[in-house]
Structures are given as C-alpha cells and as structure tokens.
Write a protein that binds this ligand. Sequence first.
Ligand code: AP5
Length: 224
Amino acid sequence: MDIVILGPPGVGKGTQAAAIATEFGLAHVATGDLFRDAARRNTMMGRQAREYMDRGELVPDHLAVAMLLERLSQKDAARGALLDGFPRTLEQAEALDEALATKGRRVEKALYLTAPRETLLNRVAGRWICKDCQATYHEVFNPPAVAGRCDACGGPLYQRPDDRRETAERRLDVYLEQTVPVVDYYRRRGGLVEVNGDQPIEAVQHDLHAALGPQQSSGEPAGR
Ligand code: AP5
C-alpha cells in the first residue's frame, strides 16, 4: 500500500505519519527530513536544498524527485510507503505515479489534513524536533516529559530555522500556490480523504484511522 499525506506546513503531517507508518507496516518517507539530513551531512544535494528551504521555497522538482526515488528504492519501502511532504507539485505527482506504475503500484489514498492559517503558524512557532530521531513535540500541545530532551531516544531538541514567522508565512503562500493543485489532482483521480487537522492530536489520529480502515493494518512495524 502506498499512501500520501498532504496539507499545509504545521498541520500535523509528520506527527500523524509516524504513527500510521508504524501501524500499517509502511516506510515513513518525509522529504523534508531527507533534505535536512542531507544538509546536515553537507552533501551537494543538501547544500543545494538548504538554499531553498531557508527561504521557505520548494526545492526544485528534479532534486525532490531524485531524492524520493532513491529513498523508495530502499528495502524497507518495498511493501509500500507513507509519503509525507511529497508530492508538492503536479510534476512531482506525475513522476510518483510513473515510478509506482513501473512496480505495479499506485497511490491508494491521499490523506488531506486542513487547519486555519493562525493555527498553523502557532503550531510551527512552538515546534521542537529531536536532532537524533526527528520525533516532533510542541511546547504547549505536545510537550516532552523533560524540557529539551526527546521522550523516545533522549536526544536534544531543536527549532527549525524555517519555522521563524516570516519564513513560515512564505511556506504557507508557496503551499497555496504550488501544492493545492496537487490536492485537486488526487480529488479528480479518486482516493482523496479530507480530515480536519484542527482538533487534538488523538482526534485527528482517530479520523485518519477511520479513513484508512483497520482491515488494512499489518500490525508489523515499518522496515520489516
Ligand atoms: P517539510 O519538512 O515537509 O515541512 P512542511 O510541509 O512545511 O511541514 P511541517 O514539517 O512544517 O509540518 P507538519 O505538517 O509535518 O506538522 P508537524 O507534525 O511537525 O518541508 C520543509 C521544506 O523542505 C520545504 O519548505 C521545502 O523547502 C523542502 N521540501 C520538502 N519536501 C519537498 C518536496 N517534495 N518538494 C520540494 N521541496 C520540498 O506538527 C507541527 C507542530 O504542531 C508540532 O509542534 C506538533 O507537535 C504540533 N501538532 C501536530 N498536530 C497537532 C494537533 N492536532 N494539535 C496541536 N498541535 C499539533
């Protein structure tokens, strides 16, 4: 099963995707995490991507598609993937369909989370992320047990530079211009499920679960 999770910055894609991927035995493929990791390792792709990310712009399609296809070729994605942050343009959506078709696969569901602009800006402003395992927290809505430390692995928490108000505003505008057409693409094609992301984390999780249906759960963690 291949699933995409769509929605604006800060709507909760990463928070929800991690849990769904584990439950459904899918690889959690987050292109933002892949680019941040490449930037930390100072690879050529990472350096190129950082220039765009720091401005709140999308990384060019050819880099995003190359990064995604390389990740999908890894063993843990053979049974299916939950794509978080990809596709973000129509060109990416078409490239994904073509790549999956060569493996006899297709995007079965597009989960679309929504929330008002102010909610999104408040969420990214209070977000903290684990440097080691990328688990996500919020200083008010989902705080770690010990301030500054990850509950899952004990790693240090940091704030993303592109979560500054000005850059977050730009990311939202870019989303409206370039990614909303992708929502329409899946609406036309079938399989789009819209879920209200402006609810507590557990309520969103419940609605996503209902959209996916428990019968599809493998019960095995991702990567097996
Ligand atoms: P990316 O890392 O994908 O960022 P994004 O799409 O902007 O999404 P976010 O990570 O900001 O938000 P999220 O929806 O995952 O929310 P989260 O769960 O963390 O991309 C970053 C950049 O990389 C892009 O700008 C672009 O430059 C580049 N990029 C990536 N993919 C690309 C592609 N395909 N093509 C081109 N460029 C690409 O939650 C947010 C906060 O809210 C957290 O603190 C969380 O704890 C809290 N929270 C979550 N849910 C709730 C809730 N229900 N109630 C209260 N708080 C909540």
